[in-house]
Design a protein around this ligand. Structure first.
Ligand SMILES: [Zn+2]
Length: 339
C-alpha cells in the first residue's frame, strides 16, 4: 500500500520498476502511442466478474496512472494478497493510455505539490486530441485500448481514473443507468469521504454537456453524444465533430448494463463553498487563473492565491489511496448487484 510520502512518478519511472520485475515487459504491450511509447495492458485474475481499469486519458492528471502503477507492482510483489480477490474478479488494467501526455507534463509532475511549476507547466489535450473522447479509433492509443478490451469484453465494470486540477472536494461520476441502484452506496461513499476529510464538490451543471446532477459529489459520466449536441446547438458543427465516444460509451455499447465510474479527485483542494450546487470559490479561482494566464504566464507570486482561495494539495500517497479505495468500493458494488 502507498504512504503519504510517496511521490508522483513519470511513466519512465514506472517502466524502470516494471522491468525490474518483468525482464521482457513487451509481452504486455498492447500498442504504441503516437510518439512510439509502449502502452501496456495487464489481465489479472480468473474470476467471472470482469472489470476494466484505465488511467491517464488527460495528460495533466497523473494520480490515476500512479495509482495503477502501484497496484500493478503490488500485485507482482505480493501475489498471495490478491489470490482470493482474483478468484472472484478478472481485472484488465491499462495503467497509462496516454504516455505522450505524461511526457508533455514532465516539468511539474515530479515537483508536485509545488503550485507554481504546475500552473506554468501543465498541458492537456484539446478536443480532437482528447484521448477520453477518442473512442473507438481516433488515435492509436484508442485503438490499442479497444483491441485489448475486446479480448475480455463485455465487462461488468469500467473505471476511468481521472482527476481535476482544483476542486472543493470529492467528485465521482457514475453512468446514468446506475443512478437508482447506487443511492444507498452513494450515501455510504459520502460518509467514507467525509471521514477521509473531504467534503463533496457540489456542482449542479443542470445537465449541460450531458452532466446530470446526482446530488453533492456525484454527476453522470461524460458522453460524446451530449458533447456533440451541445456544440451543434451552439451552431458549431466543427467543434462538435471533434468529439467521438468516451471509454464509458464504448463499454456501454458492449454491455448496456455495465457500471461505469470516473474519479475526479483534485490535485489541489480549495475552500468548500456553501453546498448549494454552485462551487463559488472553485469557479472564482478558475476565473482568476484565466486572468493570470494572460498577464503572468509564469504564475509568479502564488502565495496570495493560496491564502485567498484556501488552496492545499492532496498529497500523492493520500490521493492514490482515495483512488484505490473508490475502485475497491466499485468492485464491491458490482459484485453485490450481480449476485
Ligand atoms: Zn480528466
Amino acid at each position: 500500500m502507498t504512504t503519504a510520502s510517496d511521490d508522483l512518478w513519470l511513466y519512465s519511472r514506472f517502466l524502470i520498476e516494471l522491468k525490474k520485475r518483468l525482464p521482457d515487459p513487451s509481452t504486455h504491450t498492447i500498442g504504441n502511442s503516437e510518439a512510439g511509447m509502449p502502452i501496456f495492458g495487464f489481465v489479472f485474475g480468473k474470476g467471472d466478474i470482469i472489470a476494466s481499469l484505465v488511467a491517464g486519458a488527460h495528460a495533466d492528471e497523473p494520480v490515476g496512472p500512479n495509482t495503477l502503477y502501484r497496484l500493478i507492482l503490488d500485485i507482482m510483489d505480493h501475489p498471495g494478497r490478491f489470490q482470493e480477490l482474483f478468484g472472484r474478479f478478472r481485472l484488465m488494467i491499462i495503467p497509462h493510455v496516454n504516455p505522450d501526455g505524461d511526457a508533455a507534463n514532465a516539468s511539474w509532475i515530479p515537483r508536485f505539490p509545488e503550485l507554481t511549476p504546475f500552473l506554468a507547466g501543465m498541458k492537456r489535450e484539446h478536443p480532437g486530441r482528447d484521448v477520453e473522447f477518442g473512442y473507438p479509433a481516433m488515435r492509436p492509443e484508442n485503438r490499442a485500448a479497444v483491441r485489448f478490451w475486446e479480448r475480455e469484453a463485455p465487462v461488468h465494470l469500467h473505471f476511468s481514473l481521472h482527476g481535476m486540477q482544483f476542486s472543493e472536494g470529492y467528485l465521482l461520476l457514475i453512468n446514468d443507468e446506475w443512478e437508482e441502484r447506487t443511492r444507498t452506496w452513494r450515501r455510504n461513499y459520502d460518509s467514507t469521504m467525509r471521514d477521509e476529510g473531504l467534503q463533496p464538490h457540489d456542482h449542479d451543471r443542470a445537465g449541460q454537456k450531458g452532466f446530470n446532477y446526482m446530488g453533492p459529489g456525484f454527476t453522470s459520466t461524460p458522453k460524446g453524444t451530449a458533447m456533440r449536441e451541445f456544440f451543434l446547438d451552439k451552431g458549431d458543427p466543427g467543434t462538435a465533430a471533434l468529439f467521438h465516444s468516451s471509454s464509458m460509451e464504448y463499454h456501454l455499447g458492449r454491455n448496456p448494463d455495465a457500471l461505469c465510474m470516473v474519479t475526479e479527485f483534485p490535485l489541489f483542494l480549495v475552500e468548500t463553498s456553501p453546498q448549494n450546487g454552485l462551487p463559488e470559490n472553485y469557479l472564482a479561482l478558475k476565473k482568476e487563473l484565466e486572468k493570470r494566464k494572460k498577464q503572468n504566464p509564469e504564475y509568479e507570486g502564488t502565495d496570495r492565491l493560496v491564502s485567498r482561495f484556501g488552496i492545499r494539495p492532496i498529497l500523492p500517497g493520500k490521493a492514490m489511496q482515495l483512488q484505490q479505495l473508490t475502485v475497491w468500493k466499485a468492485l464491491g458494488l458490482v459484485e453485490t448487484n450481480i449476485k
